[in-house]
Design a protein around this ligand. Structure first.
Ligand code: HEC
Length: 296
């Protein structure tokens, strides 16, 4: 199994003739941490931080994190019936409200390697908007790494980029993309963003290296070397190879850092907010974190 995987990787390396040689980690030796992604409905930062809406507000002010209150016994303690209800999801909730994603990370002198493994539910669309033009991506898997000055990023995960007025939120502008308030890329107030898309029947598969600042930008990053995905009977394995250094909108990573991050997975060809998202976790590069990247 492991040998086969290495062979696939090697094959794709040779096929693209990438001049950037990198040593993929031996994933069998890299520790695993399951995090659960869920359909959050319309619960943007404005909802999460409004006292009359969400009783976690006071705890958030005191420095508690979403994970601290909502992760329990290896899963999430949300009331999914409530989240699937019209008040939170006026468009139609997926049948599978939550599923586990196994996260692994490793790094060496040059690169960060992250791997997500999950069984993708095929029942997410309900009445949600879906891909209707271009390659019809069954699956999209993304990781957002928070800039070190993004306010409360370690507590909020991706919620600092999730606002009530972005497209597909109830009553919102159909064109407005996700954003961070008072964003400043040079000042570290933004999210670095990498995504793998499955393409139609594996064709047209593609990757994005962008960022989310004053708005979401789907290009410009130069850190992502490769995003690879494999589907084996509905179980997806998505691997990102990312340089520690990077260009515009890429976080400069280094050993010793603890980086807040979140994962978002679109299944069943859904788009916009109709994804399953994780709460905010931390990635430790040779440091403690929810996910500890092992040194190669
Ligand atoms: C101090 C603990 C605490 C923190 C921190 C906290 N929450 Fe909550 N959250 C709660 C409680 C209690 C409820 C249930 C009652 C309510 O809605 O207020 C809840 C409800 C929710 C719900 C609605 C679903 C349900 O189970 O009722 C969502 C979604 C949610 N929280 C998301 C978040 C997110 C995202 C964060 C981080 C940005 C967060 N919470 C931080 C305590 C917390």
């Amino acid at each position: 199994m492991h040998n086969k995987f290495s062979l696939v990787l090697l094959g794709s390396l040779l096929a693209t003739g990438s001049p950037l040689a990198f040593a993929a980690p031996d994933w069998a030796k890299v520790s695993k941490r399951d995090i659960h992604v869920f359909h959050a409905g319309a619960t943007p930062i404005e909802w999460v931080t409004k006292k009359s809406d969400h009783s976690g507000t006071a705890g958030l002010k005191k420095g508690e994190s979403c994970v601290g209150c909502h992760e329990e016994k290896g899963g999430l303690n949300f009331d999914f019936k409530r989240l699937a209800d019209k008040t939170f999801e006026p468009v139609g909730a997926p049948k599978t409200m939550s599923f586990p994603v196994t996260v692994q990370a490793a790094y060496d002198k040059e690169n960060l390697y992250m791997r997500l493994t999950f069984k993708a539910p095929a029942d997410a669309a309900a009445n949600a908007p879906r891909e209707d033009a271009g390659p019809k991506h069954e699956i999209k898997a993304a990781i957002m790494l928070a800039g070190n000055k993004t306010p409360q990023a370690a507590q909020l995960g991706c919620w600092a980029a999730c606002h009530a007025d972005v497209r597909s939120m109830p009553g919102a502008d159909a064109k407005k993309k996700k954003y961070v308030s008072n964003a400043n890329v040079a000042g570290g107030v933004f999210y670095d963003y990498i995504q793998w898309k499955s393409g139609e029947g594996g064709k047209g598969a593609t990757q994005i290296d962008g960022h989310v600042a004053a708005e979401r930008v789907n290009k410009g990053g130069t850190a992502l070397i490769k995003a690879d995905g494999e589907n084996k009977g509905g179980v997806y394995t998505v691997t990102f190879t990312r340089k520690l250094s990077g260009g515009e909108g890429d976080l400069a990573l280094a050993e010793g850092q603890v980086i807040p991050f979140g994962v978002a997975i679109h299944t069943d060809k859904t788009i916009y907010r109709f994804h399953h998202v994780s709460l905010g976790y931390t990635l430790g590069l040779g440091a403690d974190g929810d996910i500890k990247a092992s040194k190669q």
